[in-house]
Design a protein around this ligand. Structure first.
Ligand code: WQD
Length: 329
């Protein structure tokens, strides 16, 4: 298939491009390189520099004719979305509407959308399945849920078939080492742990040690980006073949605490990784993990790389190539 990957130079997008190429697709990347990086591009894929906020850019891209697209061009920092919702309105929501309208105008009827566990808000039960009520606690999560609703309407009204993939905590790097662009200003646990291991940060702050979990720190469901990437390939095949849309959770189903993650990182890096327990971070749920039974049944998805050791080791391999953020050795 001819596939357009919007946001294909980003952290998750570049892994999606790799998986799409491996599946034999003819891939074009559309990216404004705001957080994506040239170094994440694969020479086997074509590249269009463009911005989803500009309808003309998106229209010109879709005019090239695609059978399917994957949409990952979005801002994703939860805290920032609460402080600067306008950015998220314009980029995530208006940008997606530009994308959907252009896709429809040019006959691209298969859309794989990068959604998030953030659509659920505080869990009412775990593991979280797809029927769990959606009640986002952040503006970021709200944008993802709204887009899922737009997709459902475009399915009804325009015949768009979509797969909304609700990622849990994406982590890890390409196990073959081909993708090695570090995210700028990372906000998530594993990159922060790696920055401490690399000596770029003095210590890790562990947010809360009095949660009702096995060691008092929060439990999350970390899933390897290569596994997420494979799910996009499977989901695109599913919606195109069955002419039916799909919304699925993508998690490893293994709950891991912050302390467990840090312990594995100490073992694998051989570094001390100083850590201090500080107060809870507002909005953090005690335990959040998925059941991916639906993804298993529908798109035949099974994570291969989402054990903590592979998550940490694949990430550490990339960090070891850098002497400072943005500066390779
Ligand atoms: C993981 C755990 C922290 C940093 C976020 C979004 C979610 C999704 C994934 C996109 C938590 C703890 C972290 C630190 C810490 N994003 N932590 N010290 O909050 O589970 O999920 O990213 O769709 O929507 O909310 O991820 O990586 O920030 O935190 O103790 O310096 O690590 O409290 O328990 P989170 P995270």
């Amino acid at each position: 298939m001819k596939v357009l990957v919007l946001g294909g130079a980003g952290y998750i997008g570049s892994h999606v491009v790799k998986a799409m190429l491996a599946a034999g697709h003819d891939v074009t990347v559309f990216d404004n390189l705001g957080s994506g990086q040239l170094g994440n591009l694969f020479p086997e894929a074509k590249f269009i520099a463009g911005d989803i906020r500009h309808a003309d850019d998106v229209n010109a891209a879709f005019a090239r004719g695609f059978d399917g697209c994957v949409h990952l061009a979005a801002y994703k920092a939860v805290g920032e979305s609460m402080a600067e919702p306008e950015k998220y309105s314009v980029n995530n929501i208006s940008g997606t509407l530009n994308m959907l309208n252009a896709a429809c105008a040019h006959g691209c009827k298969n859309v794989v959308f990068s959604s998030s566990a953030a659509v659920f808000g505080s869990p009412q039960y775990v593991p979280i399945d797809e029927r769990h009520p959606t009640d986002p606690e952040s503006y970021y999560g709200f944008t993802k849920l709204e887009i899922e609703r737009f997709l459902a309407w475009y399915d009804r009204l325009k015949g768009v078939r979509y797969a909304a993939l609700r990622y849990f905590n994406a982590a890890g790097y390409d196990v073959d080492g081909r993708i090695d662009g570090l995210e700028r200003n990372p906000q998530n646990l594993l990159p922060i742990v790696m920055e401490v291991a690399s000596g770029w940060r003095k210590e890790l702050q562990i947010f809360g040690q009095d949660y009702d979990t096995r060691d008092g720190t929060c439990v999350r469901d970390y899933v390897h980006v290569a596994d997420l990437a494979q799910a996009h390939v499977n989901a695109l095949a599913y919606i195109a073949k069955n002419d039916r849309s799909l919304t699925v959770n993508l998690g490893s189903e293994k709950g891991v605490t912050v302390t467990e993650m840090v312990e594995v990182a100490r073992k694998i890096t051989g570094k001390e990784i100083p850590a201090a327990y500080v107060g809870r971070r507002s909005g953090d749920a005690s335990a959040l993990y998925a059941t991916s039974a639906l993804a298993r049944e529908t798109i035949g998805w099974a994570p291969k790389y989402s054990d903590v050791e592979t998550l940490v080791a694949s990430t550490w391999k990339v960090y070891q190539k850098y002497k400072a953020p943005g500066e390779k050795k």
